[in-house]
Design a protein around this ligand. Structure first.
Ligand code: ADP
Ligand code: MG
Length: 731
């Protein structure tokens, strides 16, 4: 019988009641139970003689019960068991609160092992609610390295230890999914030994070795999964998009700046990929401000020149709108039509007469002028006025008939029933926080999208908003080709970053006044942490906006941007800010996503210690987008050294890659990439920083697949993979 898949209640001493409780922690089979690993160990391995006890230490003692009584305290209505345990060297007191059954077992003369922290009161040393077991029993809860499991109501570590012991007594056959040769080569224990080591370690070396084995097993599965995804993707075919050297050269020459070497290299890699019949699946990994948009624009230019369509997706409406503005500006002199499709917008850039001739409604210049009677009309506004608005159905029709070359929008672009005529390239400007699962869904969608090209799938380019450290890309994005933008455009001054304690606030406010006097603009961020805090946070931001306007900067004008505004309202606030209607923009974390206001040179982040480094780095990236020196002030309420040393990383470096590494080390990949919900076991996550382990897993995964592409020679591994695929999704 396949014991690992047997229901947990088939184990003799597991009652239906416990089966129900175990279900709550996702344990339904014997296998699940065995893989419910301890998250730490208490070292009760050393027995200490009673006269050698030291207050505050954690210790195991052994002896005989010399006195035992059950007392009821009337005042507090509590039952207290009080025992004295004696060995050859002395005796010590132990008390248990509200566990009257303890006194039934611990009667005078019984031999007992007892473990816990040594406390002290006026009567000397004592133990409070210590773990205990009779000496006649084998050591489970005392006298060894005691595993501590995550518990739930009605389920204690003690119970789990007892059941583990019962199960191990059954001496089960546990088949090993990893081939023996690999285990031997890597000096890793078999699955059965490793399970023994992890639940009943005799020393630290044993459980560490077991953890290493399971981490390897997980990483091997991750690598197999990602290599399979890659192989599947490569089986598909795409339209070849010819490299248009002249067009590309002419376009780059027309830019007001020269491309960085990193941009050049990444663009070349992408344009070369597009030439192939094999669909591209590439990650453009670059820091904030490293210039990813232009690289994406080059790819879509080449695509449009071949008469094919591009879809560009952004994580928010504001960002989609911003991409739309910059891309349509970039292609203003080209015969390329750019559309924007989101819930709030259905518009087309009317750079060319063809779109205007459609009889579409054009937003009137007059109306916009009226709204902003005082501010001069800028480039940005002129562009807005030139766009044509459409009904949704009209725009869909244009996409379907191929009248739109580049369609920009939110993720809804490919999730809705939208038909393209010739969609050959999909670009996702991605927030890392979208999470692994959502990306997997997107990739599936892309494969099935109605691209108007039967038998073909679009090329795929994903862009990260936060640099992803090397180990993580290797571990999690092994199925993607990688282009790095690890170089900033020249002439950018590094942003000066300072941690500001509460008493230095006035100086920062003075600095803000002087920058505004110089014509610069300022962000003040009241960051939003949790979705559920939205309302509270909104109140806080609104109140702060009021306070700052009234008490601190009465002479300046302050705008307010928060998540509860409708897309068009946000758009308006941003446009007004860009047009310098406001000196200061008070915002919640809405601004985190790549908003581009080159004239803003100061960003102040309140409660900075509440944020991850990568997120703070994202905020900081809102400034430093021009030739002007920019500043980032991290306001903290706390003086703790920990918060300071953590934030110190931001003071020290402007490199997003270095910050990401530091962030990964401090918070772990779960938080960093939003993998916490990915279903990946903690043990695998803890080892994500282990480059060697990842490399070796990948190497072994490649070898296994080479030997047996469908893994039919490794049926157990194949099963692992299937299980994994239902829990975790890779791109
Ligand atoms: P991100 O990688 O964060 O998406 P963007 O593409 O928004 O960065 O670029 C940030 C800013 O830098 C934009 O204003 C863009 O026009 C400008 N930029 C991009 N490439 C260069 C370059 N090679 N030299 C100077 N400025 C550049
Ligand atoms: Mg960007």
């Amino acid at each position: 019988m396949d014991i690992l898949n047997a229901k947990i209640e088939s184990i003799p001493r597991v009652s239906q009641k416990y089966a129900e409780i175990l279900k709550k922690i996702n344990v339904t089979t014997v296998g699940d139970f065995l893989f419910h690993f301890p998250f730490r160990y208490e070292d009760y391995s050393e027995r200490i003689e009673i006269d050698s006890l030291i207050g505050g230490q954690t210790a195991t003692i052994m002896g005989e019960i010399s006195k035992s009584k059950l007392v009821r305290t009337w005042k507090k209505k509590m039952m207290i068991t009080e025992c004295y345990i004696a060995d050859e060297t002395g005796s010590v007191r132990a008390v248990w609160f509200n566990q009257p059954y303890v006194s039934d077992s611990l009667t005078v003369g019984k031999g007992v092992r007892l473990a816990g922290k040594v406390l002290e009161d006026k009567n000397g040393f004592y133990f409070s609610n210590p773990a205990w077991e009779l000496s006649s029993r084998e050591p489970t809860n005392t006298g060894r390295l005691v595993p501590v499991y995550s518990e739930t109501e009605g389920l204690t570590s003690k119970w789990i230890r007892w059941q583990m012991q019962n199960i191990f007594k059954l001496d089960l056959e546990i088949p090993d999914p990893i081939p023996t040769e690999i285990l031997t080569e890597l000096h890793l224990p078999s699955i059965k030994t490793a399970l023994q080591y992890i639940h009943f370690p005799q020393n630290e070396t044993q459980y560490l070795l077991a953890q290493k084995r399971f981490a390897f097993q997980n990483m091997l599965t991750v690598q197999l999964a990602s290599l399979k995804v890659k192989a599947n993707w490569e089986k598909e075919s795409s339209v070849k998009i010819p490299f248009q050297e002249k067009t590309i050269q002419k376009f780059t020459a027309s830019l007001p700046f020269t491309l960085t070497n990193a941009q050049r290299k990444a663009s070349f890699e992408i344009l070369k990929d597009l030439e192939k019949a094999r669909p591209m699946n590439r990650l453009l990994n670059g820091d904030v401000g490293s210039g990813k948009t232009i690289v994406a624009a080059l790819a879509s230019l080449q695509t449009a020149q071949a008469g094919l369509q591009t879809a560009l997706m952004a994580p928010t409406e504001v960002l989609a709108r911003q991409h739309f503005e910059s891309i349509s500006k970039l292609f203003a002199n080209y015969n390329i039509s750019v559309g924007l499709l989101t819930n709030a917008y259905q518009i087309v850039a009317s750079n060319q007469p063809a779109s205007l001739a459609d009889g579409s409604s054009v937003i009137s210049n007059q109306k916009i002028k009226k709204n902003n009677h005082q501010s001069p009309i800028t480039d940005y506004q002129l562009l807005v006025t030139k766009h044509s608005q459409f009904k949704r159905t009209e725009l869909l029709e244009k996409i379907k008939s191929g009248n739109i070359d580049i369609l920009i929008g939110t993720h809804a672009l490919i999730q809705k029933d939208i038909r393209f005529r010739k969609l050959a390239l999909v670009i996702i400007d991605e927030q890392h926080r979208f999470g692994v699962g959502q990306r997997a869904f997107l990739q599936q969608q892309i494969e099935t999208i109605n691209d108007g090209l039967p038998g073909k799938i679009p090329h795929l380019l994903t862009m990260t908003a936060t640099p992803i450290p090397r180990t993580l890309t290797m571990a999690y994005f092994g199925n993607l080709d990688l282009s790095l933008l690890d170089e900033m455009p020249v002439g950018r001054l590094p942003i000066v970053t300072k941690i500001i304690p509460p008493n230095k606030r006035p100086e920062v406010y003075d600095f803000v006044r002087s920058q505004v006097a110089d014509g610069r603009q300022v962000f003040i961020i009241f960051p939003l942490v949790e979705e559920s805090e939205k309302l509270v946070e909104l109140k806080a931001a609104t109140a702060e906006h009021e306070r700052l306007s009234r008490d601190i900067f009465p002479e300046l004008s302050l705008g307010l941007l928060h998540g509860k505004l409708k897309a068009k309202e946000k758009e308006q606030v941003m446009a007004d800010y860009k047009n310098k209607k406001y000196d200061i923009l008070v915002a919640t974390s809405v601004v985190e996503v790549g908003i581009d206001i080159p004239n803003a040179t100061v960003i102040i982040i309140e409660d900075a210690e509440r944020f991850g480094l990568s997120q703070l780095h994202q905020f900081r990236g809102r400034v430093g987008r021009s030739q002007q020196q920019s500043y980032c002030f991290l306001l903290t309420g706390s003086h703790t050294i920990k918060a300071k040393s953590r934030l110190g990383a931001l003071e020290k470096t402007n490199s997003g890659f270095e910050i990401a590494e530091a962030d990964l080390k401090m918070r772990g990949p779960g938080e960093f990439l939003g993998l916490r919900q990915s279903g990946l076991p903690d043990i695998a996550m803890e080892h994500l920083g282990n480059v060697k382990l990842i490399e070796i897993s990948r190497q072994k995964a490649l070898a296994l697949l080479k030997n047996s592409p469908s893994l039919s020679k490794y049926p157990l591994l194949k099963k692992e993979l299937k299980k994994f695929a239902t829990n975790v999704h890779l791109e």
